[in-house]
Design a protein around this ligand. Sequence first.
Ligand code: FE2
Ligand code: FE2
Length: 143
Amino acid sequence: MSKFVVWHADFSVGNVSLDEQHKGLFELVNEVWNSRKDCDKKKRQLFKKVLDARRKHCEDEERILARNGYPGLEEHRHEHRKLVKQIQKVLDSCDHDAKKSWYDMMTFLMHELLSRHLVGADMACRDYLRSLPPAAHAIVKVP
Ligand SMILES: [Fe+2]
Ligand SMILES: [Fe+2]
């Protein structure tokens, strides 16, 4: 599978579980990139996989941020909801025009999910989690 994007240690939020999920999302971007010639059904299945992974990640990240008293939690939660809605919208459009949906999904993943959120908004969370005293790291795990 050719790599379109590669996770870098600079993107680490200092939490192993969240970093693993972020890496997984980068890999999903690569999967979508490599699916451009797949049939409509396969594309739809993959977009559903992106939606499920993203939902799970949002829930886990929010739980960790809440436990650690992240002051920007509500705003971050709002961003997460918007991202999930956008993925759902592209997934829904897949039934009408899977080829266009593929372009829409790639554009969304690159601009919104990776650039604006994962290496944007999540970095504010990283700075906060890293500012916590070492004892707090014991509770920054996904249950
Ligand atoms: Fe986030
Ligand atoms: Fe995240």
